[in-house]
Write a protein that binds this ligand. Sequence first.
Ligand code: NAD
Length: 480
Amino acid sequence: MESKNWIGGEWITPQGEAIVVQNPSDTAQAVGQIRLSDQSHVRTAAEAAQAAFPQWAGLSGAARGEYLYSMAAVVAENSEELAKLASQEMGKPISEMRGEVTRGIHLLRYYAAEGMRANGSLIPSADRDVLQYTKRVPLGVVGVITPWNFPVAIPIWKIAPALICGNTVIWKPSEIGSLTATRLSELFAAAKLPPGVLNVVIGKGREIGSTLLEEVDLQAVSFTGSTATGRVVAESCARRNIKYQTEMGGKNAAVVLRDADLKRSIPIILSGAFRSAGQKCTATSRIIVERAIYPTFVELLQEAITSVKVGSALDPDAYLGPVASADQYEKVGGFAATARREAELVAECVTPETIKERGYYINPLVVTGLTPDHSLVQEEVFGPLAVVLPADDFAEAIELCNRSVYGLSASLFTQDLSRAFQFLEQAEAGMVRVNQETAGVEYQAPFGGMKQSSSHSREQGQAALDFYSEIKTCAIKHSF
Ligand code: NAD
């Protein structure tokens, strides 16, 4: 398979550099190749999105919703193929990838229905002859820049609300998810989405991503990715006074109190830390445990980790697969080497010899013995590495939990209702949960972080509609 751009309804293969996509589960296998776009493709996409905007914005919400229902139906018909392609492209186990595609379908249906829901409110006027109301209006052309770790769900949770609000979109997927992005676009084209409503440009972030940010007449940018790139996006958009949302890194804590049901909590914590090889922005990377139960916790964790299986992404029994790319392998491998040098090992899951050398496999590791300010406790690893920190009591556990520049997600494990409530109140994170993993949030609820994790708006649920539209306050004096 070869990546293609989808611009103004046409399929265009850029003539730029070709990069072979190696399967991270087995790097000897080529999954396809991507062709890098140049700046001219971004400009053409911008013209197409501008041209398509008036007609798309002029449709009724119900009509736009019908397109989204069709997109959901075509993705559903092709879900297995799409999931397999993504698993092969970025290494997420097929069992999880199927779930992600299903999530994408649900998101398309959820936002399709928004076309038929109230999109404003009636505000009483002081003058009885005036009818005053608000309505949402689309922004115009929106830029969508996505990462590789959820190559189907993240693009859909941006594109679907953008479209239902009446915007047209230019989507710049991650280099690593570009084959999946091409296939997803083909499915949207099969759903007969009108030309130019969604335009997809494949290429390097620094090149075409920055052309999109700096040169195109965008009205908003929705970005998910690293904190460093998010800052670049935010600065550029702020300079231009256009709307932006940046969803970025995390260093999410699971706090385990002395009264937690450890047998039930530990599998949930392991899932938060190691599913998707820890490559979720909401992955659990710090485990804060009350000292009173620390020895029991470690013993049970060591036992539970034996059920974690590292496997190739298409292995239906794989708990986690490889990390996504050579860059990830090097970066996460560096953190793992530091952990082996500077921390005490709590638990490790060994990659089977049969696959170890074939792909970008990194043994899941749980370590301890680090100071709260150590880089492994503070920096986002984005891989299968979790750090355990003992805490004397609840107060110290909260202090450790909040001792981070990030504030995306945090979980507490307890049976004490009062502690649970205090945690939900005091934890500095956009998503706070009790007796659930830090990952695994639901699409109908707002998603986003505090502190350096986000630009403080929210994605998904009804919150996404606020981002992709602007409120107009209308007043008409009807007896004049
Ligand atoms: P990244 O920042 O390297 O890339 C994200 C996207 O930005 C890619 O499409 C990339 O091509 C593009 N890009 C890179 N440089 C750019 C530039 N100068 N101008 C415009 N675009 C540019 O991130 P990644 O490695 O793809 O993803 C991993 C990161 O994403 C992690 O930090 C993770 O925490 C974060 N993430 C956050 C969330 C969330 O919702 N908070 C969700 C998933 C992933």
